[in-house]
Design a protein. Structure first.
Length: 384
């Protein structure tokens, strides 16, 4: 994986942080990054934290999640969306996804909310940077008295109906883990427009201190989930270049998508017209794999990789079939997950692979042609 890529601007910010001698947390570059990332995403507040998972955990707790509460999450997502609730002894319930965007399906969310009247939080995931249908999801959640946390781990710079994601709901969490479009090795940020949520997240991530209190005054229990100055330095450089990166990604996505449309046996899942997305992944679907089994998709992935192009196999199973949910330590009710079969999530796990963003972040048009050729040749080899 040729990612992340060094850049002189990031090096300059790192050197600035190093020479300042302020290498810890709640330092000038951290606070500058919080302000600028929040402003970029149309949010009033940002709290920089150690990871996207930590961001979800703190957002859930700040919004009043308690042991035994239920949290509605999509079945096709990374486990952190659910485990960030389980760590607080809450119970994830799973919602099927839209077959095109692979995001939470509002119609199925309505079904889940009617079935589980005690859902406290709804957590749509902007998967692969494609914004979920926030208007419908917010209405359903509000009608049932639930708060909304956006899992925007992969959605840096993505916009829904003209508004950048992350603070459309009550709060949102982004990740800066190594593979992300904006990467600091690890790291995350929580965005919100709510003063009460901001103050709670700030306190929780800063060992229970208050934004206006004394250093050794701790009005609530909290933890050390603070981002360091070095991480913020790297991210500030990347934030300065984010618009250019998004423009390049979207231009190159169109070139590759049009090329893959002519490849027999595979499909490209195209986002809806009313969103702007960051192309964190390009979905490559093998419809025949949904009928013949996921091994067919895995063979395609390996054949593409042999030709020098990264292709990620994606999730093997929906979240409700992960063994972690059956660990008796967490005391989750097994009957919620046994026999559950959400059609679109199951088919996505069997048939969808991901072309990662760093394959498209190139000025080399020949490279884009090689991507299309690699998939075409692999499909001819595997799907014959």
């Amino acid at each position: 994986m040729d990612w992340p890529r060094p850049h002189p601007l990031d090096e300059a910010y790192l050197l600035l942080a190093y020479r300042s001698g302020r290498w810890g947390t709640r330092s000038p570059l951290v606070e500058e990054f919080e302000r600028e990332f929040a402003r970029y995403h149309d949010a009033k507040h940002g709290v920089a934290v150690t990871s996207g998972t930590a961001g979800l955990m703190l957002a859930y707790l700040a919004l009043g999640l308690r042991p035994g509460d239920k949290v509605a999450v999509p079945a096709y997502t990374f486990i952190a969306t659910a485990s960030a609730a389980v760590i607080w002894r809450a119970v994830p319930v799973f919602v099927d996804v839209d077959p095109v965007t692979l995001n939470m399906d509002p119609a199925d969310l309505e079904r889940v909310m009617e079935k589980h009247k005690d859902v406290r939080l709804v957590v749509p995931v902007h998967f692969a940077g494609i914004p979920a249908e926030m208007d419908e999801i917010l209405k359903i959640a509000r009608d049932h008295g639930a708060a909304v946390v956006e899992d925007a781990a992969q959605a840096h710079g993505s916009a829904y109906r003209g508004r950048r994601v992350g603070a459309i709901g009550d709060a949102g969490a982004f990740s800066f883990q190594l593979s992300k479009l904006m990467a600091a090795g690890e790291g995350g940020i929580v965005l919100t427009n709510r003063e009460d949520v901001y103050e709670a997240v700030w306190s929780l991530h800063h060992v229970g201190r208050s934004p206006r209190g004394a250093w050794y005054e701790h009005p609530r229990m909290g933890w050390n989930f603070r981002m360091t100055e070095f991480q913020a330095a790297v991210l500030l450089g990347q934030l300065r270049r984010l618009d250019a990166a998004l423009a390049l990604l979207r231009r190159n996505w169109r070139v590759v998508a049009e090329g893959l449309e002519r490849v027999e046996g595979v499909e490209v899942l195209e986002p809806p017209k009313h969103v702007e997305w960051n192309c964190y992944f390009t979905y490559v679907k093998v419809p025949e794999a949904a009928r013949r089994g996921a091994q067919l998709k895995l063979k395609l992935v390996e054949a593409v990789r042999r030709r020098g192009v990264s292709l990620v196999e994606g999730y093997a199973v929906p979240l409700y079939r992960q063994p972690a949910l059956r660990d008796p330590y967490w005391g989750l009710p097994a009957e919620l997950y046994e026999g559950l079969h959400l059609k679109n999530a199951e088919e996505a796990c069997a048939s969808v692979a991901w072309l990662p963003h760093y394959e498209l972040l190139t000025e080399d048009e020949a490279r884009l042609e090689r991507i299309v050729r690699a998939v075409r040749e692999a499909a001819a080899e595997v799907l014959r």
